[in-house]
Design a protein around this ligand. Structure first.
Ligand code: NAP
Ligand code: MG
Length: 508
């Protein structure tokens, strides 16, 4: 898509953007009840784009009340599946019509490169919503094998009111991953975007209204995690919370649920994902291309960032040389310039955290072979793609999530040692395995404890495959694929006696 737009076209869209900044509840935009706001900043310029409504517990109460009323009215929850599907498809078409505006809005709010927003984030958002929409009138319930005396029906029902609490790294895509299956299965949905990136979620809410999603069915409540997020987590009339973000905040949602109504919680959390290059890996140029993409895509602000490179020492120099060569093509700078592969870090606070992690790795004795510094342009928050060698397993850069463009290289002496090291982490979200031996690929893919293993590429799978983590990377369910619907549905058994015992009694 970016091929259709020049840098000037993109600038023109940016200048002309309509900036959404009010909360969206019951089909209407309005300020927060307290009147409080918070700023959202363009990390490439440091400028405040707008002040956004800061919702508190009262706004959450009101949105939940409207969501529950809509659910009980059945305007969406009991809408004929074909009509629900068509409404969601209309939303996808509206997103397509506004794709350039949404891509630019996403880029200016988050610092993400416009090329990614246009070629990945917006198209994937549409694809995800369309895929779940298409499932609506193709999913069947089940009958149990209960013999002639009973009909055991196993039916799926929407859970009710769903809260979705989102991160800032893929604002539109994470919204779609949750909104797609939650809406498709008939729920009322309340979205809490990350405070750094509320604008595209608000725009989507308006497009959903235009598509015909009934009032109350979709609300977007911007605000602070401690306030809005916590009020959603603790609300007694929310049935499900689906969360993507840090493990630390994920734990809080389990506490909120335990201390309130035992709402169902699904957590998609962090990762310290490995690229594992075995002794017989082939096509090292391809391997290097995948490694570079896996760690640096979205400036490393990615839960599946392959921030550990575990490589057989016989291949280390060759692979690293190719990684360095590839990195020359990854230009960092103004996110609105389609020639840049890497944009700005989302906030000054996160920029400082990444630079602190880089300094710590240097002090711990790791060697910088590439990057290692900020890129100064006077305004934007840019970090050069950074590669560390001489990394020891116990160093923080090998163990903790940086969530920035930083690769830790860990050479090993055998394939078994590589797998052992891959599993030596508290996390288990994703791993990429490189080998030319199909038997090893199978054996080691089974041996790595993570939710997604990609072989001879970096991948999270696609919309057809479940996504989520083992260990501290996740809890309670999966995003993507039809398994995502399990998060947002209840399973009900309806047991109908069809035996003739009562007939016998009447006759007898
Ligand atoms: P975060 O700080 O955990 O925030 C995520 C969301 O939770 C935000 O909406 C945040 O609101 C809210 N929140 C913060 N504190 C809260 C509290 N006390 N109670 C309730 N809600 C609260 O994560 P992030 O910094 O946005 O994202 C980075 C993390 O997300 C990384 O660890 C990354 O690995 C993970 N991630 C995981 C996946 C996955 O699918 N597994 C995908 C993307 C990112 P505020 O914005 O106001 O803080
Ligand atoms: Mg922002």
């Amino acid at each position: 898509m970016s091929g259709l737009l020049s840098r000037d076209d993109i600038q023109a869209i940016a200048v002309d953007l309509t900036i959404p900044n009010a909360a969206f509840i019951d089909g209407k935009f309005a300020g927060s009840r307290s009147g409080e706001t918070f700023p959202t900043v363009n990390p490439a310029t440091g400028e405040t784009i707008t002040e956004i409504a800061a919702c508190n517990g009262d706004d959450v109460d009101y949105a939940v009340q409207k969501a529950r009323e809509a659910f009980e009215r059945g305007t969406w929850s009991k809408m004929h599946p074909t009509e629900r599907k068509e409404t969601m498809i209309r939303l996808v078409k509206l997103i397509k019509r506004h794709r350039h505006e949404l891509a630019v809005l996403e880029s200016v709010d988050s610092g993400k490169p416009i090329k990614d927003c246009m070629e990945i984030d917006v198209p994937e958002t549409m694809h995800c919503l369309a895929w779940h929409a298409e499932a609506v009138d193709k999913l069947y319930d089940q009958l149990s094998p209960s013999g002639d005396d009973a009909v055991g029906m196993i039916v799926r029902e929407p859970a009710g009111v769903v809260g979705c609490v989102l991160p800032w790294n893929f604002p539109l895509m994470m919204l779609a991953w949750k909104l797609g299956p939650a809406l498709a299965s008939g729920n009322s949905v309340i979205i809490k975007p990350a405070e750094q990136t509320s604008m595209t979620a608000l725009r989507i809410a308006d497009l959903a209204r235009e598509a015909g999603v009934p009032d109350g069915v979709l609300s977007v409540l911007p605000g602070l995690g401690e306030v809005t997020g916590q009020a959603i987590g603790r609300h007694d009339d929310i049935d499900v919370v689906s969360f993507t973000g840090s493990t630390e905040v994920g734990r809080r949602f389990l506490e909120y649920a335990a201390q309130s109504n035992l709402k169902r919680i699904t957590l998609e959390c962090g990762g310290k994902n490995p690229s594992v290059v075995l002794s017989d890996a082939a096509n090292l140029d391809d391997v290097a291309r995948h490694i570079v993409y896996s760690v640096f895509w979205n400036m490393g602000q990615n839960c599946t960032s392959n921030s550990r490179l575990i490589v057989h020492k016989a291949l280390e120099d060759d692979v690293l040389g190719r990684v360095h060569d590839r990195l020359k093509d990854w230009r960092t700078g103004n996110p609105l310039d389609p020639a840049n592969a890497l944009g700005a870090i989302v906030t000054k606070e996160h920029f400082d955290k990444i630079m602190g992690d880089i300094e710590r790795a240097k002090m711990d004795g790791a060697h910088v072979t590439c990057g290692g510094d900020a890129i100064e342009d006077g305004k934007g928050l840019y970090v050069a793609p950074t590669v560390f060698t001489g990394v020891k397993e116990e160093m923080a850069v090998a163990r903790d999530e940086v969530f920035g463009p930083v690769l830790a290289v860990l050479p090993v002496g055998s394939d078994d040692a590589a797998i052992e090291l891959a599993n030596d982490t508290r996390y288990g979200l994703q791993a990429s395995l490189y080998t030319s031996n199909v038997a090893k690929a199978h054996r080691y893919a089974r041996a790595i404890k993570a939710g997604t293993i990609s072989v001879n590429c970096y991948s999270e799978g696609d919309i057809t495959t479940p996504f989520g983590g083992y260990k501290l990377s996740g809890f309670g369910g999966r995003d993507n694929s039809l398994l995502a619907h399990d998060q947002y549905t209840e399973t009900k058994t309806i047991w109908i006696n069809t035996g003739d015992d009562h007939v016998d009694e009447e006759v007898g």
